[in-house]
Design a protein around this ligand. Structure first.
Ligand code: GDP
Length: 192
């Protein structure tokens, strides 16, 4: 995919504020600090479009980006930020779930996990929700550059077994590993 333009459109929480046209969308999900902004920025080849921040939980809203004037990336709020007040946590997950459940033009959900860690309870809940609701999704294990080949192989096996899937895409935002493969999957979803 050749990126000719990538622009931040808006942040929103509830449906009344989501963009109203039928442009296809790809959503990015994962727990806070998993490397979601870095992954989005590395896919687009830009720095700082999706805010890479070391402060977990800063991305509290759904962020919409228009790519090549043709499709949108939607950066969903990171979950599992332990320090967030309960009410805020509930609001984030409700808005994200509402988006995933209702959004008709959503062609793919990219579920990002950290290749170093065992998926969390919330990761599993999200995965089961996506499977149960027949939502097209893809698991991407990022930060792979932080592991040796051996550790990576073992961890990916574990991720695949926890999620009961064969398909885990290995990614590194730093090394751009998996970038072409991920774009391939995105393009396929946009065409179908
Ligand atoms: P977000 O909260 O999910 O958006 O996470 P960020 O993209 O802000 O990343 C969290 C931290 O992990 C930052 O310090 C990033 O530099 C780092 N990080 C993200 N992706 C990678 C990666 O692929 N490799 C390495 N080595 N570090 C990464």
């Amino acid at each position: 995919m050749r990126i000719t333009s990538a622009e931040f459109l808006k942040s929103a929480l509830w449906e009344t504020d989501w963009p109203r046209d039928h442009t296809p969308e790809v959503a990015f999900l994962g727990r806070s600090n998993v490397g979601k902004s870095s992954l989005i920025n590395s896919l687009l080849g830009v720095r700082g479009l999706a805010r890479a921040s070391n402060t977990p939980g800063r991305t509290q809203l759904l962020n919409f980006f228009l790519i090549n004037d043709q499709f949108r990336f939607v950066d969903l709020p990171g979950y599992g930020y332990a320090k967030a007040p309960k009410a805020i946590k509930a609001e984030w997950s409700q808005a994200a779930e509402e988006f995933l459940a209702k959004r008709e033009q959503l062609v793919l959900s990219i579920h990002i996990v950290d290749s170093r860690h065992e998926p969390s309870k919330q990761d599993l809940q999200l995965h089961e929700w996506l499977v149960h609701h027949h939502k097209p999704h893809l698991i991407v294990a990022t930060k792979s550059d932080k592991l040796s080949n051996n550790e990576l192989r073992q961890n990916i096996k574990r991720v695949a077994s926890v999620f009961r899937t064969e398909q885990v895409l290995i990614y590194s935002a730093t090394k751009k590993r998996g970038r072409d493969e991920l774009w391939g999957a995105i393009e396929k979803s946009l065409k179908s």
